[in-house]
Unconditional design. Sequence first.
Length: 154
Amino acid sequence: MVEVASHVARRVRLAAPVEAAWALLKDVPRWGALYPHVASIEPYGDDAFLWQMDPLGPPGGRVSVVYACRYEADEATRTLHWTPIPGVGNAAFGGACSVEPDGEAATIGTLRMDARLQVPAPSFLAAVVRPTVSHEMERMTDTFAERLSHALDV
């Protein structure tokens, strides 16, 4: 088993008022569906969701990532924080996303995400697996930012 730690940070300008961006951000299943390869996002208790991703990886080595997070929305700062729920799935995601006005009709969104994934691969492949998974996380986050921007175009 290879453990992969990944950190992603993005800042994106959204062509929507901050109220519209914040309403979307508080709706975890709605914005979560914009992330690539999401198979499902299901309620998992109070303020928590279970995420299941489509299998990813090379043929014969595809991995389904499963994890759960608890979410807390801070209305005063328009920040959504999430923390991993230990013992659920093969990954742990934590992070935060916030929005702030950029004039009257635009918003700046900031995303920070830390992930730990368990990849079923022999340890001697760690030097290949870790950068490959980190690169894929970066690529998927770029796609998410593009989709989020399009979802909020007004």
